[in-house]
Design a binder for this molecule. Sequence first.
Ligand code: CA
Ligand code: CA
Length: 79
Amino acid sequence: MSAKKSPEELKNIFKKYAAKEGDPDQLSKDELKLLIQAEFPSLLKVVSSLDDLFKELDKNGDGEVSFEEFQVLVTKISQ
Ligand SMILES: [Ca+2]
Ligand SMILES: [Ca+2]
């Protein structure tokens, strides 16, 4: 099974999980965990920890991952 998703699917996935709590346009760490566990479980084998992954994605360090920051993950997945 390929983990590759279309840009539209990714946007929908992001929105679905980002809307669960707090800011509906930003992923909290819990939301990111749910997203990865449900949609990209194969990533769990390649990242050392979800905490590290979250830190890596949260470029501006505001404790949330925006759709823009999420793109880095998308690049990782499509490699
Ligand atoms: Ca949120
Ligand atoms: Ca951020």
